[in-house]
Design a protein around this ligand. Structure first.
Ligand code: GTP
Ligand code: MG
Length: 197
């Protein structure tokens, strides 16, 4: 279904605005600037679909994207960990995101994006704790793989796999991607296609 014309559906600023749906949702989460919006554009083959930026904190709302007759909706979420002063993830990540993650039956999986240069950070572990607690299935996707050497990427994949091993809601498979170079994009498309059946 990624060959279909993907388009913007709606932005949601408050939980009561969530659209009714009979599609399955996959949400893109991760630290600010990790490459969530860029990955959505790479997957859908539409460069300007999700707004990307050098300025962390670009995505402020929940943004919904789908295509005609596709059984999948992609949800771009605000990044966490963007703060001048150190704050708890709970403060930085909005109530909106929590309400969405906890109370959305259509949500099938969260893709938790992690910058290949940084690996899992404290706030990623906090986010995983929240998802484990809410029993929301999540899968780690490494981004910006073009920024590190192949050997380092292989090591990071193994290390990250070991870090999520005992996490109850984590999907064991980790996918490495580069939106810039189109690496891992077909693999991720296949993963999402299999998920919606
Ligand atoms: P927020 O919405 O602010 O949380 O950011 P985001 O996670 O949506 O990140 P975004 O897609 O806007 O990308 C942030 C920056 O990283 C942009 O300058 C992108 O061009 C760059 N970027 C994203 N993906 C890649 C990649 O695969 N490789 C490289 N080299 N740069 C990338
Ligand atoms: Mg974004």
């Amino acid at each position: 279904f990624f060959s279909r014309p993907w388009d913007f559906v709606t932005s949601v600023a408050e939980i009561h605005q969530l659209p009714e749906t009979d599609k399955i949702e996959v949400a893109f989460a991760g630290r600010s600037n990790v490459g969530k919006s860029s990955l959505i554009n790479a997957l859908t083959g539409r460069k300007g679909l999700a707004r990307t930026s050098n300025t962390p904190g670009r995505t402020q709302l929940l943004n919904f994207f789908t295509a005609p007759e596709a059984t999948l909706t992609i949800v771009d979420m605000p990044g966490y960990g963007y703060a001048q002063a150190p704050r708890d993830l709970v403060d930085a990540w909005t109530d909106l995101v929590f309400a969405y993650l906890r109370g959305r039956p259509a949500l099938r999986r969260v893709l938790l994006l992690v910058d290949s240069r940084h690996g899992l950070k404290k706030n990623d572990l906090e986010a995983m704790g929240i998802l484990d607690k809410a029993a929301v299935n999540y899968q780690v996707v490494l981004t910006k793989a073009d920024k590190i050497k192949p050997g380092a990427l292989a090591r990071l994949k193994d290390e990250t796999a070991a870090q999520i091993l005992r996490r109850p809601a984590a999907h064991p498979e980790i996918i490495a991607t580069s939106s810039e170079k189109d690496w891992g994009i077909d693999e991720l498309r296949a993963e999402l296609a299999a998920l919606v059946g």
